[in-house]
Design a protein around this ligand. Structure first.
Ligand code: GRF
Length: 217
């Protein structure tokens, strides 16, 4: 049995979150809205992105949050991007890093720096349909239920320990529009689940043992 890794609740004061985004940032917005209530137990201290001109960055700006952008193509090698992203996030001394629609695979330096404290949300029921096309892969496979998974990030692609999952039914109509409506229904469940999980991790801490994530009741 692997030894347990324990992440205690942060005291005093709210847990510090850095959120990474690549797109519309509705999950980020849900966290911004939740963090407005001090009872949530966490505050967003910075937002990072891998691209410019995205709605997620506009949401950060509207909320008055510091933001930074590191684009892979601006670095000579992927490892340089990994180091720059790690340093940019570390500067904010986060308790938790949330990748909310961040469409880049994190590098080994980043994973090592924040091991056990990186929370990702994925729009499918892992371990089924990992990767960038979880919604359409599930649809193409013909599943009748799919959903979302909030999990810790490890070195693999969507392979880290699962914290919570939400289920969404697939309807016949979903096959007509390529999965857009299904993804929107998933995102509605996903935002609520992410907020609930991040709040609990922030307030209670967590323990990881043999791929199980335990949050004190
Ligand atoms: C979410 O469904 C996330 O799981 C997926 O991309 C979507 C991001 O949505 N990887 P948003 O940018 O938070 O609106």
């Amino acid at each position: 049995m692997a030894s347990a890794k324990v992440f205690p609740p942060r005291t005093p004061g709210p847990a510090r979150l850095v959120v990474l985004v690549s797109g519309s940032g509705t999950n980020l917005q849900a966290l911004i809205d939740a963090a407005a209530d001090s009872a949530f137990g966490a505050e967003i201290i910075a937002v990072g992105a891998d691209r410019d001109g995205i709605a997620g960055l506009e949401r950060a700006e509207r909320a008055g949050l510091p933001a930074f952008v590191h684009r892979v193509k601006d670095f000579p090698a992927r490892a340089d991007w990994d180091r720059a992203l790690t340093e940019a996030v570390a500067e904010h001394r986060p308790d938790l890093v949330v990748t909310a629609g961040f469409m880049k695979i994190l590098g080994p330096e980043f994973i090592a720096a924040f091991a056990g404290r990186i929370v990702n949300t994925h729009p499918a029921l892992l371990p089924a349909f990992p990767g960038a096309h979880g919604v359409t892969d599930a649809l193409a496979y013909g599943v009748k239920v799919t959903g979302c998974t909030v999990h810790l990030v490890d070195a693999g692609v969507d392979t880290g320990p699962i914290i919570a999952q939400g289920v969404v039914e697939v309807t016949d109509a979903d096959h007509a529009d390529g999965g857009d409506a299904l993804h929107e229904r998933i995102k509605t469940v996903e935002r609520q689940l992410l907020v609930e999980v991040v709040g609990r991790l922030a307030r209670e801490g967590h323990r990881i043992e043999d791929r199980k994530v335990w949050i004190p009741a």
